[in-house]
Design a protein around this ligand. Structure first.
Ligand SMILES: [Zn+2]
Ligand SMILES: [Zn+2]
Length: 357
């Protein structure tokens, strides 16, 4: 398999891009900064030097940090892409019984590779005749490779001829319709020198590519700043909720009972009792009581009690739960929910504000 390489290869490739990016930043700071409007301390040759140092330090801080933040995902994507290419190559079904068009013998498969065709990478198989050495290229699925390219002027498929002089093959493409012509050389003897070694790469790699520890420190720091900014923004946008949350009275279960008992009794509800607390996100607790006012109809009594509880608990951390109050033969029951902690109280305040018409 040919595309997927060792992880170190991708890491070096990524770092190379980071190094190039950072070098560009330094270069641009060194060459393009106009200090004419800068404050006094950045004037003069020494001041300029200091200014460049401060500015490039700041810009590189973010450049290096953001490069680190995207590094592992990018490398993961690159490797996944190459792995998918290998898989496509590996899974491609080789055409069978490919015959040499010159001598009619069965040809031998030589290689398979991914080639772009109509904007999509597809597998092209190469076959060779062991007798006459001629070759054929066949796409997965059996279609013959067509070397003709569409004419850039009229889209008609162009005819092409090859002429070899020494090691140079000159291919000329001619459009049969509009006679447009293009030619290009391919030099078999030409060797391509390897990319020159960058003598400062390792040095700059250390300078610009953050280690795991340095990178994580940057990410945590930036995330904290972002969280803080979001909180400030949230506090500004939801000032009313923050103010209301600060005023909420946090009551224990015992305090809740002490608050409700006299108010309920005064309204004609006796034997107020709380059940066993249920711990969820907050605390849910059942309550029950009896209505002593026999002239109150059931729906009237439950409606009145609901309003009374809601009104009484309005500025506390307790709420009547959504199912409301049930009335049966003078016996009323329901559930209360209490929350604690800054975040839950804020959420409660936001919800209460939304419910105010
Ligand atoms: Zn042949
Ligand atoms: Zn043409």
């Amino acid at each position: 398999m040919t595309n997927l390489r060792e992880k170190e290869y991708y890491e070096a490739l990524y770092d190379k891009l980071t190094v190039e990016d950072c070098r560009r930043v330094e270069e641009s700071v060194n060459n393009n900064i106009d200090f004419s409007d800068a404050p006094e301390e950045f004037q003069g040759e020494e001041g300029h030097e200091r200014g460049r140092h401060v500015l490039s330090g700041l810009m590189l801080y973010f450049k290096k940090g953001e490069a680190f933040r995207k590094k592992s995902d990018t490398i993961h994507d690159w490797m996944a892409r190459d792995r998918a290419k290998d898989e496509q190559l590996y899974k491609a079904i080789q055409p069978t019984e490919v015959i040499c068009l010159h001598c009619g013998l069965t040809m031998t498969s030589k290689s398979r590779e991914l080639v772009e065709r109509e904007g999509q990478e597809r597998v092209l198989f190469m076959f060779k005749c062991s007798n006459c050495k001629r070759a054929r290229a066949i796409w997965e699925g059996g279609a013959e490779w067509d070397p003709r390219n569409p004419c850039p002027k009229c889209q008609t498929l162009m005819e092409h001829t090859d002429k070899r002089v020494g090691d140079v093959i000159t291919t000329t493409e001619t459009c049969p319709k509009c006679k447009h012509q293009e030619s290009f050389d391919f030099d078999l003897g030409k060797t391509y020198p390897p990319e020159p070694v960058d003598p400062h790469f390792e040095e700059d790699r250390k300078k610009y590519c953050l280690s795991n520890e340095e990178g994580m420190e940057y990410v945590i720091q930036q995330d904290n700043i972002e969280r803080l900014l979001n909180q400030i923004k949230d506090e500004k946008e939801n000032k009313a909720a923050y103010d209301a949350a600060a005023k909420i009275q946090t009551l224990s279960v015992a305090q809740l009972q002490q608050l409700l008992n006299p108010i309920l009794q005064k309204a004609g509800y006796i034997n107020f009792a709380l059940g066993k607390p249920e711990f969820m996100r907050g605390v849910a607790i059942e309550f029950a009581m009896q209505d002593t006012k026999t002239d109150r109809a059931s729906h009237e009594s439950s409606k009145f009690l609901k309003k009374l509880i809601e009104e009484t608990l309005k500025e506390t951390n307790w709420r009547l739960m959504n199912e409301g109050v049930t009335y049966r033969l003078g016996f009323l029951s329901g559930r209360l929910k209490g929350v604690e902690g800054e975040e839950s109280l804020l959420e409660l305040a936001k919800k209460s504000l939304k419910n105010i018409p």
